[in-house]
Design a binder for this molecule. Sequence first.
Ligand SMILES: *Cc1c(COP(=O)(O)O)cnc(C)c1O
Length: 454
Amino acid sequence: MDNRTKFTLEEKDIPQAWYNIQADLPSPLPPVMSPQTGKPAGPADFAPLFPMSLIMQEVSQERYIEIPEPVRDVYKLWRPTTLFRAYRLEKMLQTPARIYYKFEGSSPAGSHKPNTAVAQAYYNKAEGTKRIATETGAGQWGSALSMACMFFGIELKVYMVKVSYNQKPYRRIMMETWGAKCVPSPSPDTKIGRDILAKDPDNNGSLGLAISEAVEDTVTTPNTKYSLGSVLNHVLMHQTVIGLESKKQMEMAGFYPDIIIGCIGGGSNFGGMAMPFVKDKIEKKNNPQIIAVEPASCPTVTKGPYAYDYGDEAGVAPIVKMYTLGHSFMPPPVHAGGLRYHGMSPIISHLVKLGLIEARAVPQLATFEAGVMFARSEGFVSAPETNHAIRVAIDEAIKCRESGQAKSILIAHSGHGHFDMAAYEQYLSGKLTDYEYPEDKVKEALASLPKISE
Ligand SMILES: *Cc1c(COP(=O)(O)O)cnc(C)c1O
């Protein structure tokens, strides 16, 4: 075993290829349906939204897809990221468990999201895209794509969920610094936005609604493509650099992780960490427990049905089979804005259904308690989303203390919380509250699932 605090790799160790779990799934993903016809959709259905190279990655059955050199070149700015051993947190918890965290907060945008943003900007550029429209929740995706579009010379318009736009003005300024344009969603710039504002001028917005606006912008503006920061198969695949690097680093540390934990909004950072390990599970080489953590107020996987639903609020995005709370569901305004999505990545949903991974829901206050414990032991102030993963890691480490088991726990640390000081202030001053699971609203939203014959 290796007693170092940091496990660092060299530039040459940045993976040469992303891992595509579709090649190894015990049963294939259910087909994606067109929102127009309700019938299985083919690559041509997505051509108005995405460049063909990304559409082909979405359905690819190749196990490894080479990372283009210009993408690896940008990755070199912050990759490989560091894997830390959380000695101080272990000591604070008096646990025999070994806790490791893979830190994605060192990217210029502060989270894992540039791993796919850079790839998506590259493929768009290669196919002649001049402009991209996208949505952002907490602003992490918008910042990551702003930076990526800057590197490849693409114009960017970001629809930012209004509650976050107001809570986090600095994220908007960061996007503008990289040259993007950012508006609060619902916005008067699209028909969908104007319709909602006419009915409800104080609407706080949701990720699903912002997606509808960005999709409408894309199909009504020439030379424009759409880009999504999570949920889709190609996005999760781009994030596998996290898990591929972590595997090497855990080998350096001398332990295979017994428990792997990440937070899930659309499932990309967790998926990127987990999938290379799920491969070992499928091949029966190893059997780690893999836990996806979501907010108790938006408990998509732990409470929602596994059903066909639209990816967005207005029903213009493709219909996919996933755990969902209903596309019209507006999650309560928790600070983990990146986890406020009604659905879940089809891959993550499928892996849960197959029993290869499990999900857990945690309430907001408990996540901030964990985040503050982490800051007061390890030093890093983590994003509210990441605090969900840290919460469950701490719970598992405490179980180890009680049972005397020295398990190895690996956390996907998705980003820093430097733009979330208002949330930390609320927590520290005792003003932060938990939100009840809005059961009635979910029931209402689930009544409007699209009818798909399978
Ligand atoms: C966006 C975001 C998430 C949630 O998105 P996933 O696609 O589920 O990873 C989690 N953590 C941070 C820091 C984020 O920015």
